[in-house]
Ligand binder design. Sequence first.
Ligand code: GDP
Ligand code: ZN
Length: 291
Amino acid sequence: MQSGVVIKALNSYYYVQDNENVVVCKIRGRFKKERFSLCVGDQVEYVLLDDGKGVIENILPRHTLLKRPLVANVDQVIITFSAKSPDINPVLLDRFLVLAEHSSLKVLICINKCDLDDKEDLTSLIRLYTDIGYDVLQVSAKHHIGIDTLKTTLTNKVSVFAGPSGVGKSTLLNALDPNLNLITGCISDKIQRGKHTTRVAELLPFSEGGFVVDTPGFSFTEFSYIDKFELGYYFPEFEQARNICKFNSCLHEKEPQCGIKAAVDEGIITEARYNSYITILSEIKNMKKEF
Ligand code: GDP
Ligand code: ZN
């Protein structure tokens, strides 16, 4: 039996990368029943047929599963924003962080277009996130700043690039690996990107080893599958203060003796992050009410 990784799913065919080759495979009927049974990123075993096509026989155990986009075995999320045009939207950044934490993925915050940065607001923003424990990397795709560091981070990993459009994700991917241009930069892909119709992710082989996943068309603003009582756990800096809350079921809103609110008053947790928490919390609560 041969083995490889599913890099693309299209019209019930699965494209399996096996070293240098990509083998077009079908799957055994039994996999089709389960919704998350086989997805991009899965390590599979397959049998190669005489016509050069394959039949997938086994899915190997996965270590992570990102739900939207649906990708198995992702190692890290590169949350990409730009220093300027568009400016960083910290609430949006916190939304991406919550979704990454929910999937238990390692996160790198990547700030592109650092060539446009006038160093005013960005320093305190970067400090805020590094204090929480996140890695923040400033790069410029256009001026090739920080690209080699980012390249090292991506090597031999499966990395998902997430972030709002216009921050320079495509430019950055092309700067990291000009070969990716062939796949991400083609006209049909850009058209799809504009229409936000792309709902399937694809693993793009990275020249240094590993894969990158671009996420055009994914808004990352969908919190319906996160429980309101879970949300606080996706803010790493809430961990200590949570133990002080009087109630186990504390949502850190208006409850008395809340450790989180006390920590905000003391400046241990920033108001900005607390406000992001409250914003997302109320969205989750409103969503649930509709049903
Ligand atoms: P995407 O929507 O995130 O894929 O963004 P694009 O890669 O299409 O880039 C959006 C715009 O930002 C383009 O006009 C790029 O030329 C520009 N851009 C990308 N990277 C940089 C950078 O490092 N510095 C500057 N000044 N502009 C950049
Ligand atoms: Zn509380």
